[in-house]
Design a protein around this ligand. Sequence first.
Ligand SMILES: *Cc1c(COP(=O)(O)O)cnc(C)c1O
Length: 399
Amino acid sequence: MDKPAILGGIPVRDKEHRIFYGHQSVTEEDIEAVAESIRTEYLTGGPGIGRTEKRLCEITDAKYAVLCANGTAALHLACLAIGIKEGDEVIVSSITFAASANCVLYCGGTPVFADIRPDTYNIDVEDVRRKITDRTKAIVAVDFTGQAVQLDELKEICKEHNLYLIEDAAHSIGTKYKGRPVGSIADITTFSFHPVKTVTAGEGGACMTNDPELYKKLHLLVTHGITKNPDEMERTAEGPWYMEQIMLGFNYRITEFQAALLMSQLNKLEAFSKRRKEIRKAYDEAFKDEECLFIQESIPESDTTQHLYVIRLNPEKLSCTRREFFDALTAEGTCPQVHYIPVYRHPYYEHLGYKKGLCPNAEYYYENSMSIPFYAAMTDEDVADTIKAIKKLCAYYRK
Ligand SMILES: *Cc1c(COP(=O)(O)O)cnc(C)c1O
């Protein structure tokens, strides 16, 4: 039996060839697109942003897109647009990046955490139902790892209780739910274009909606709530210089060259999606009979462009802890990460009064899981080595 590198054995990948859980795929073509954008008159506020927004609408079948500075800004804009304020409750997935809940706090609202399902790790629709009160105004549901949440069920709940559905689709651009692209289904869908996500703008985000009223608010809020459009003004324009602030917005604009990078990346979304599906298949195949770990259940309604690949250790079959397995896998040169600490377990949330035990499935998931290297630019060798490293550790630590 091969000795794990952490105990002095030979690592699957040496230090120079380590791979990490995520990485961007940027080519000369992307660099050229950015350079070309910078050579134009507009570094920000030019026509490229609108072109990229249009492309996002084509890809997702959404009517409207508002590009912004990052995925967190997109979530904040979404909460502002639906009018979240003090006293409002918003039900949020517990296993997600903190931004999915922070956006509610930014608006003075109260995040209410719903547990995850133990099989898909997406928000548990039954727990959402249990957490609705007469203060509930919205749900922020996260397509965790790229798999679409149960959108029909959530929309049904929203209809029954008059709530908004915000879909945090930071992981799921390119995913389809029952044949429809993510972006065209929830009241507002938000994307992130951070480098670890499926397509990148360096930093960037977007809000997608089909609702003209929400769109009107989103596109104002992204740039101070100031308009130069006479149709939106309360008064008559006093001259060519005139503009009006009609809402309290932010400067959450994206730059032209970020939008250009995103446009170039969106042209490759299909290829990225295909590669991500191939890698998921290879991992699923490799791990499905491995009793030391569990793989994420796939959701039949979701034609998934996978963003992360999570393995959940089976403590009954392994003699090591999650920490030991994590460190051992890192030592093999196929470096994992953990997504995520349940949001309410962060000290900041604890100080707000959220307590351990709130979402038992989320806490159990967190204690046993890690994300293994997963990105479109992985070679077949990278995939094979990651599998090899995990199998080596399973064999060594099997009870
Ligand atoms: C990345 C991410 C965000 C935040 O996006 P940024 O662009 O980094 O601000 C929000 N929610 C989820 C689920 C994410 O993964």
